[in-house]
Design a protein around this ligand. Structure first.
Ligand SMILES: [Zn+2]
Length: 130
């Protein structure tokens, strides 16, 4: 399977995270959505996000390696990179973007957005059972 995915991430207390080149970012307790794509082996990419022992490579790795941070839901869709950024931009409008996060390679404000809820994603994406 290939496509794009959205990780719904719960941060259960306020934390500061050193996110590589982005530096220290303060995350408020709450829900976040992270948009990514895997144009081959989507399942393997998503599984990697759940691993608590790995070297940090993407911005998202720095956040997900923290205690008090966990993935609570995954949505996916068979689509290309352009759709990844379209979904990210929609989320940027709906929530509070963490500027520059996950968007080093594109023009989006961010690919990680603090959101109030995520059920609206059900209208356009599939839920992944994990
Ligand atoms: Zn983008």
């Amino acid at each position: 399977m290939k496509g794009i995915y959205v990780l719904i991430i719960l941060v259960d207390k306020n934390i500061d995270v050193n996110v590589g080149a982005l530096g220290k970012i303060s995350f408020k307790k709450g829900l976040y959505a992270y948009v990514g794509s895997a144009q081959n082996n989507l399942e393997k990419r998503v599984k990697r996000h759940f691993k608590k022992h790995k070297r940090s490579f993407w911005h998202i790795d720095y956040l997900l390696l923290k205690t008090h941070v966990k993935i609570v839901k995954v949505f996916y869709k068979d689509a290309g990179k352009a759709e990844e950024c379209r979904v990210a931009e929609e989320l940027n409008r709906k929530g509070a973007p963490i500027t520059g996060f996950g968007s080093s390679d594109c023009k989006c404000k961010s690919h990680l957005i603090r959101i109030k809820d995520y059920w609206f994603l059900k209208e356009s994406m599939e839920e992944m059972n994990s």
